[in-house]
Structure formats: structure tokens, C-alpha cells
Design a protein around this ligand. Sequence first.
Ligand code: NDP
Length: 313
Amino acid sequence: MTPVNTRCLIIGSGPAGFTAAIYASRANIAPLLYEGHQPGGQLTTTTEVENFPGYPEGIQGPQLMEDLRKQALRFGADIRTGVITSVDLSSRPFKAVASDGTEITAESIIISTGASARYLGLPDEKKYQGLGVSACATCDGFFYRNKRVAVVGGGDTACEEALYLSGLASDVFLIVRKPHLRASKVMQQRVLDNPKIKVLFNTNTTGLFGEEYLEGAHLVENVGTENEQHFDIAIDGFFLAIGHQPNTKLFPGVATDEQGYIVTDLPTTATNIPGVFAAGDVADPVYRQAITAAASGCRAALDVERFLMANPL
Ligand code: NDP
């Protein structure tokens, strides 16, 4: 493979990565962007996006990402399908290797690798993936009209997903490991007031079952106490909503907070390594929206432009 030198390597292709590519291209930086495992990022697994400004009628997630990609290409971004498999940030220019073997040297890097949904870690989750197990109610809820579903988690995401599913499914169980919800009060109230949602407090999932498709879950209530009780529920859909894990494994030297999100020197997108910037969900434990990711991609590209001017190689 021919080695590639770039002034800016962008890793990841969600709204943050593509927006960074648009801005960096228009600044004549000629960025190289690797799309990663899920080209287009999390929005490609959603259906309609109604809150991205500029689309009064809403837009399909995959279409929005395709449009952002085309916009970056129009200004000359070098967008490649593939995954960056290793990165050496010990000195500038930084070094990286892509899954096709391409060796890259980069004067700067924008990390926009996003975050991935957390799973419980049960082997059954893999077995029924796509056959009843999902980590995105808005993507897959449609398939569960008039069926029985469960959502795992007690935070705002879990409550939001349970409420969303209550508009489609016949019954929704919310499986919460603690005796209380962690979500905001208003979300808690909406869930508790919803006649279709049954909250199972102090409950953990121990396994899933079903012939071909998911048919139910094995649960345990009050685990480890004298009131421990094992029981099953019949469900067709099992939705994980137990938080997200920022994708930072590739970057061991980059400082993260206790949840694993990359720490940036706000209001900039600079990380602890000069020349390395982070944008989007990988550095955002709070907002995690397409529009905030896009905005931070813009900031990262502007930060790169200034950095390259001040630190020429
Ligand atoms: P949170 O971290 O807030 O909640 C995760 C939930 O999953 C908690 O109830 C946690 O339980 C539970 N959980 C974690 N691990 C396990 C496990 N192994 N087994 C069972 N349950 C588990 O994540 P969210 O994604 O809900 O929210 C992330 C951030 O985004 C929050 O700041 C939230 O407020 C925000 N958000 C805001 C929204 C809005 O305002 N509309 C919508 C969605 C998210 P426990 O409580 O026991 O730790």
C-alpha cells in the first residue's frame, strides 16, 4: 500500500467527522477521513431525524449522513472506507495504520469515533441480535407493533425508549436494577403514569430464550437477598438502554474522564496531546445530539487550522 501523508486525519464518519471534513476541506487542509466500522455513525441506524435544523419535514438518518458525506466530497475531502487499526501519538507527525494496510502520517488528528451502546454482556444478547435484541428503540421499535417488549435501564434514555415503545407495543416492561429510576423527575413521572409500562424494580436479566426469534427473558428480583425470586417474562423485543461507551480504545494516551469520554480543553476541542482534537459523542457525555456533534466537528476543524498555522512541520 502507498503510504499517505496528510495534514489532518479524521477518524470516524458521524456528523462530527463529516462536518470537520467539510470545514477542513474548505480551509484547504485536504483532510483524509476514515469512515470506521459504521460508516455514517449512529444516525444510520435511526429512521426519521426531526430535530436537525434545516429540515422542516424531517429527514431519514441515512440520507442526512449521505448528504453530509457528499458535501465533504464536494470540497475535496479524501474519504476512505475502512478502519484505522492502530495509532501512534508519541510524536508529530502522528502515525496510523488502516485496515487495508495503508500507513499514514498525519500532522494533526481529529478523533470523532463516537460512542457505542452498552450491552449487559450476556451471551444471549449476541445470539438474538437482530432477532429481538436491539439497542435502539427508535430504529427498531416499528417491528414490535402490538407486541410485548422490555427495556433495560433506569436513566433518561431507558425512560424515553419505554415511552416511545409504549406508542407501538402492546406491553412494555422496564427492567431496573435499583429500587428507583435515575431519570429526570419529569421522565420518571411520565413512565410511572403510563398504563402500558410496567416497571420491574430491583430486577436483573440473567438470560434470554426463544426458538429462532426471542420469546422471553429470564429475570431475577432482589438478587442476593432472602426475597430472591426467579421468573420469566414473555417478550418479542429486548431493548438495551444502559448507557453508551465512548470509542477510545485506539487512543490510550489521550486523557479521558471517569466515564471514558475524551477530555477537551473547553471551549476548544484540544485534547491533552497537542495536535490531537476530539469532536462528537466520543467527547460529549452530556448532549449527544447530531447537531452538537456537527458543531463540535466544525470547532475541531477550526482548531486544527489554527494549530497547523502555529505549529508547521
Ligand atoms: P445513564 O448513565 O443516565 O443511565 C444508565 C441506566 O442504565 C441507569 O439506570 C443504570 O442503573 C442502568 N445500568 C447501567 N448498567 C447496567 C447493567 N449492567 N444492568 C442493568 N442496568 C444498568 O445513561 P442514559 O443513556 O440514560 O443517559 C446518559 C445521559 O444522557 C444522561 O445525562 C441523561 O440525562 C442524558 N439524556 C437526556 C435525555 C433528555 O434529556 N431527553 C434523553 C436521554 C439521555 P443505575 O442507576 O443502577 O446505575
